[in-house]
Design a protein around this ligand. Structure first.
Ligand code: ATP
Length: 581
């Protein structure tokens, strides 16, 4: 294969002669005078077109029968963010003859197909026109659609008219022939796709999602995220930048990043799935408070954070957790889960022993970790500022290292952070450390554990208050709605009742009993759970991490220095391509 795809000749870029070589894994061209080489991995070639072609901002083609244009991924550092920005690089080549030009185009296209076989050809795209700054439609048409067209991807685009339309579509409509689904929006839109795909997959597999012990089936379709929301945490944590072009290029290349998903159950009913944060206490209170101030836009989080901090609350609770194997990793081992992470790759090998044959990824070879012996549950009880579980580092531009900097995307574990009651300045120190590189776990009142599952309950005698709080928060028990998959969909369901154009997410009936300002005379004894930005209507929950339940079109955060095209050798590229299969 390697020899078949090899091609070498002189090519001209402008009026400069270059020696061009296609080796199979790489396409290189060297300026013969300056001896300067540009090297592009074939797996990162986006397209090869006849003539002199421009794609962005508008497509223009100058027909020249001895010319061709190669489009590829070009990286640049972002300064602030942890990942690298990807841009569409392009070079126009002239050949001495048309025959040679056609040979180059044919060989390059074949090399791309051979070395990058998992690129999507058919996608379903959901655009939330009201997410973030309401620029979803424009972002898609001007930055993403031209790249999909260049890569030969056919996409069916649905601009949503209501909340939960994307989720319902994924649950009920025909998805045959699709390679993946894409959302243009924020974390809320991603969550819709996540719920739709997971529930659809379990329905088709005949599995009962309400049984927390059941090993859920991984979803066969990939999810792509084009960030266009006000919170794009999942995109930031899996790509390292919030940039629609970078994300679109990851989709085009068919990158594949497995992702752990946490299921949240209450009393043997599935409540929700989460990938980033399930948080009680401070994080729940901030969400409940911020929902009352949606008119402030993204500023509401800073405002609510300050108000909740000043209210100085802590909550009684019983936390039980199932520790993960401490010999494999630790939340304090100072490692980062980056692109090609060995720990996550080992999990993939354990889960999908035959995954080199891509067709078998979702077949009967899937062997869940739940077959492992569970281990011993650990129980702690006390008063907490916050209790949070995160399946990923949950980083964002404000907290570049995230809630748990060493958490992994796809190792089947989550990090449980327990912040015990402490004096206000101590808690402020903890919060502040999230915005710096200082270790937020190196404080006497903070504990972090790598876990496979957690259970939260109230100390005896507090259940009654929790029930009252939940009823107040939901606007009455009648609002409980069970989906046709059998899972609970309270707050999500309420969204669907609103017409298009209305506030994207609101909990208008949410009367937070937890925070009534600094004047509050009686401290509430229960908080609420914040589950990826949605308030849960239950206090006592069971969370279980499901290893690699979904795959994103991403490759994890790239290590800046190591990922520059020109520094890469063939072996590394080959290894990366295999890893991403
Ligand atoms: N056409 C629509 N009208 C109203 N709501 C919608 C529509 N389409 C999607 N939604 C809902 O809007 C919510 C928020 O969307 P999204 O995450 O894209 O934007 P966001 O600005 O990041 O949101 P947030 O309000 O959480 O900051 C999602 O939960 C989704 O269910």
């Amino acid at each position: 294969m390697e020899t078949d795809l090899r091609l070498e000749s002189s090519l001209w870029v402008g009026n400069k002669r270059h020696r061009a070589v296609l080796t199979g894994w790489y396409f290189n061209w060297t300026d013969v005078d300056k001896k300067k080489t540009i090297s592009v991995p074939v797996a990162e070639v986006v397209g090869v077109e006849e003539g002199q072609v421009q794609v962005l901002p508008q497509k223009t083609v100058v027909e020249k029968d001895k010319d061709f244009t190669v489009f590829y991924v070009k990286r640049s550092s972002t300064g602030g963010s942890s990942g690298l920005l990807w841009r569409l690089g392009q070079t126009q080549f002239s050949c001495p003859s048309r025959v040679l030009r056609d040979q180059w185009i044919k060989q390059l296209r074949t090399a791309v197909k051979t070395h990058s076989p998992l690129r999507p050809s058919k996608l379903l795209v959901f655009i939330n026109p009201y997410g973030g700054k309401k620029r979803g439609r424009q972002i898609y048409s001007s930055l993403v659609a031209p790249l999909f067209e260049l890569a030969g991807i056919s996409s069916n685009v649905i601009v949503t008219e209501r909340a939960n339309q994307a989720r319902d579509h994924l649950l009920k409509k025909d998805l045959t022939d699709l390679d993946g689904v894409v959302c243009v929006g924020g974390d809320g839109m991603f969550s819709e796709l996540l719920h739709g795909l997971i529930d659809r997959t379990q329905q088709e597999a005949g599995l009962c999602v309400n049984d927390p012990a059941v090993a859920l089936q991984p979803c066969p379709l990939h999810i792509g995220i084009i960030p266009a929301g006000s919170t794009d945490c999942v995109c930031y944590t899996t790509v390292g930048v919030i940039d629609p072009v970078t994300s679109a290029l990851h989709i085009v290349l068919g990158d594949s990043q497995p992702l752990d998903v946490c299921s949240v159950h209450h009393a043997s009913v599935l409540v929700r799935y989460s990938v980033s944060l399930v948080g009680y206490g401070f994080y729940g209170d901030v969400l409940a408070e911020s929902e009352k101030h949606r008119w402030m836009g993204p500023l509401r989080y800073d405002y609510s954070g300050t108000m909740v901090y000043l209210s100085n609350r802590s909550y009684q609770g019983v936390v039980e957790y199932l520790p993960a194997d401490p010999l494999l990793s630790s939340p304090r081992d100072k490692t980062r889960c980056l692109s090609g992470c060995t720990l996550c790759s080992r999990s993939t090998e354990r889960l999908f022993p035959n995954s080199s044959d891509s067709g078998s990824l979702y077949s009967a070879n899937f062997s869940s970790f739940s077959n492992d012996s569970e281990g011993e549950w650990v129980r702690v009880e006390g008063s907490f500022r916050c209790v949070s579980l995160t399946c990923m580092s949950s980083s964002c531009p404000k907290s570049p290292l995230g809630l748990s900097p060493s958490a992994h995307l796809a190792d089947g574990t989550g990090d449980l952070v327990l912040v015990w009651d402490t004096h206000p300045l101590g808690f402020l120190k903890f919060l502040h450390r999230h915005t710096s590189t200082q270790d937020q776990f190196d404080l006497p009142f903070v504990e972090v554990h790598r876990v496979k599952a957690i259970r939260f309950s109230l100390p005896s005698g507090k259940e009654e208050e929790a029930h009252e709080a939940v009823v107040g928060q939901k606007g009455g028990p009648d609002e409980e709605v069970y989906t046709d998959t059998g899972s609970w969909s309270g707050s999500q369901q309420r969204l669907s009742d609103r017409g298009p154009g209305q506030e994207t997410r609101s909990h208008q009936k949410t009367v937070s009993p937890f925070l009534c300002g600094l004047c509050c005379s009686k401290s509430p004894s229960v908080s609420v759970w914040n589950c990826d930005g949605e308030i849960l209507p239950f206090t006592e929950i069971l969370c279980r991490v499901h290893c690699q339940l979904v795959h994103l079109y991403a490759r994890g955060i790239e290590d800046g220095a190591a990922a520059q095209n020109s520094n890469e050798d063939d072996t590394r590229c080959e290894r990366r391509c295999i890893l991403h299969k």
